[in-house]
Design a protein around this ligand. Structure first.
Ligand SMILES: NC(=O)c1ccc[n+]([C@@H]2O[C@H](COP(=O)([O-])OP(=O)(O)OC[C@H]3O[C@@H](n4cnc5c(N)ncnc54)[C@H](OP(=O)(O)O)[C@@H]3O)[C@@H](O)[C@H]2O)c1
Length: 327
């Protein structure tokens, strides 16, 4: 009899984690690392074990890793306003996890990094795994630093650079963008909306993550996972409007607003140690962020089937049902 692969997922209660663990548990034996403070409601009806631990408390991680073959390391800091939280949540947390994994002889770690590690593109050329890394945010810098720890940890590793993931249970600025489109019929963009952007629907992303679980040839490799096609903002808005059958009014603000928000964010970062996700997002809307997924498609058979229109429809349905639940 072939023994089942035992998987530990960190960040299982987060946006991506809650979508990953259900499908993963259909094939593998899954344990979720959660904190005492975590809301574990999304995991309650799933066939998964729960292990309590905190990635910032090194000694709490041993029991969670007992008997584990593979770790999906999703936990990280994505939305904090304090710069130091990014270092703790992305670098220190990863370092603690890797030390604990080494002690327990974990056989593979799949680390979820971000396309935020790349140097922002000023042209429409697609970014590949080989493109230059030069993160513009504290988030990207700490994800790149964590990638460095993963590469030299001595445990067989895979790094996934995720583009912007969207779908039900999404958070923060992206969710506000969708909600404004649905509830106010209006969104703001910087510039003329002609710049390219890659999105990835959550189910497409989860499909890619699961493909990495047991392929021996992926060890020591980095993959970008995103949807098949990059769109201009104008095309995204047009598709969203069609998908939700609602007119969306676009308010175009001059591109220099993006530059200003960027400068303000850097300044308050240097002076007060703060990072304002909203200003970061505004600054980014004027850049091209388009990614090439040929490597994942050719080497692991990644096939993100869900189109932008379907993805937006499903996300909008979730937002609408949430709005009515709230009343
Ligand atoms: N969402 C995106 O568009 C996107 C794009 C690129 C890359 N990524 C990467 O994907 C990963 C998951 O993102 P997400 O959007 O799912 O984030 P999220 O919703 O903010 O979830 C973060 C998860 O990390 C857990 N966590 C944080 N600190 C922890 C600690 N000290 N110990 C144990 N668990 C801890 C949280 O647990 P609690 O429930 O206790 O808070 C939560 O489950 C992150 O590494 C992120 O950088 C995300």
């Amino acid at each position: 009899m072939i023994s089942r692969v035992n998987i530990l997922v960190t960040g299982a209660t987060g946006f991506i984690g809650r979508h990953l663990v259900g499908p993963l548990s259909k094939t593998y034996s899954v344990r979720c690392l959660v904190r005492e403070s975590s809301d574990i409601t999304p995991l309650k009806d799933l066939n998964v074990d729960i292990a309590y631990g905190d990635l910032l408390v090194r000694d709490s991680l041993g029991p969670a890793l007992d008997g584990i073959d593979l770790v999906y390391h999703l936990a990280g800091e994505v939305y904090s306003r304090r710069k130091q939280d990014y270092y703790k949540g992305n670098v220190l947390a990863t370092q603690n996890l890797l030390e604990a994994c080494k002690e327990k002889n974990t056989k593979r770690i799949i680390f979820i990094s971000s396309t935020g590690v790349y140097k922002p593109a000023t042209t429409r050329t697609l970014i590949t795994e080989k493109s230059e890394c030069e993160p513009m945010s504290i988030y990207g810098k700490t994800k790149l630093e964590a990638e460095g720890l993963i590469r030299k940890c001595g445990i067989p590793w895979v790094i996934v650079r995720a583009s912007l993931i969207y779908g039900p249970h999404q958070k923060s600025v992206l969710d506000r963008f969708f909600r404004d489109a649905i509830t106010k019929g209006k969104i703001y963009i910087m510039g003329n909306g002609d710049n390219l952007r890659s999105f990835c629907f959550i189910d497409n992303f989860v499909g890619g993550l699961i493909l990495l679980a047991d392929k021996p040839e992926v060890v020591g490799k980095t993959y970008i996972l995103s949807d098949n096609i990059s769109y201009t903002y104008n095309k995204v808005i047009e598709t969203a409007s069609k998908a939700i059958q609602q007119k969306i009014r676009v308010v175009q603000l001059p591109s220099f607003f993006g530059n200003i928000s960027w400068k303000i964010n850097s300044l308050i970062g240097d002076v007060f140690g703060l990072f304002l996700v909203e200003l970061y997002a505004i600054g980014k809307t004027q850049l091209h962020e388009a990614y090439d997924i040929a490597k994942a498609r050719n080497e692991i058979g990644y096939n993100p089937r869900i189109t932008l229109e379907t993805g937006i429809k499903r996300t909008a349905e979730w937002i609408k049902s949430n709005l009515s639940n709230a009343h």
